[in-house]
Design a protein around this ligand. Structure first.
Ligand code: FNR
Length: 185
């Protein structure tokens, strides 16, 4: 029987009506039975400051512990100025420390970018692929997923109503679940 894998889905936007958050929640709903997504927003992660490393703030410790306990990490991000939002970079910096003891190490990693625009946040996703390899686990390379035109994908209640998007999300989360399963043996 397949094991249940607990994955932290990190949302790169703080916006209340964030499409990124809605996509993360949709992925959680579409996940197969062996994958449970814990959708995490970054409102409570304080700024990384190397002066605080000896006595890290409680929010850093809690975030790192959550990552340590997980069986995988899924980044769901919008694109800000052709890169990832600052809050997401900050959280990655927090999770990556202390040096050599990154909380992301060994965790099967997925990257999902999105945009209401035509390019699907592809630059943000590519930047994550540059940032992560030294501090993360294996990164799922295929299928790639850069979701464009997400602005009309949800109804007033935040439910996913765009069938083409639903199909792509389902395909991705199934592939990611298989990837996590493979690296958890
Ligand atoms: C954006 N947006 C944006 N979109 C894009 O496709 N490429 C980009 O480089 C940028 N740059 C950018 C910078 C800043 C500072 C903001 C605030 C926005 C638009 C962005 O995709 C849009 O606001 C999304 O709705 C943000 O994601 P959430 O909050 O809906 O998850």
């Amino acid at each position: 029987m397949a094991h249940l894998h607990n994955v932290v889905a990190i949302v790169g936007s703080l916006r209340k009506e964030s499409f990124t958050l809605k996509i993360a929640k949709a992925l959680a709903k579409l996940a197969p039975d062996n994958l449970k997504l814990d959708v995490v927003t970054l409102h409570d992660i304080s700024f990384f400051n190397q002066d605080l490393e000896a006595t890290p703030p409680a929010d850093w410790v809690a975030f790192r512990e959550k990552l340590h306990k997980s069986n995988g990490v899924l980044f769901v991000t919008p694109e800000y100025n052709r890169s990832i939002p600052g809050v997401l970079k900050n959280a990655i910096d927090v999770g990556s420390r202390p040096y050599g003891k990154s909380s992301f190490l060994g965790k099967p990693t997925g990257i999902v970018s999105n945009s209401p625009g035509p390019l699907g946040g592809v630059s943000a996703a590519k930047h994550l692929q540059n940032i992560l390899p030294g501090i993360s686990g294996p990164i799922l390379g295929q299928p790639e997923i850069y979701l464009n035109g997400v602005g009309d994908a949800f109804d007033d209640k935040g439910e996913l109503i765009k069938e083409s998007l639903q199909a792509v999300l389902k395909q991705y989360i199934d592939a990611y679940a298989a990837f996590v399963e493979k690296f958890s043996k």
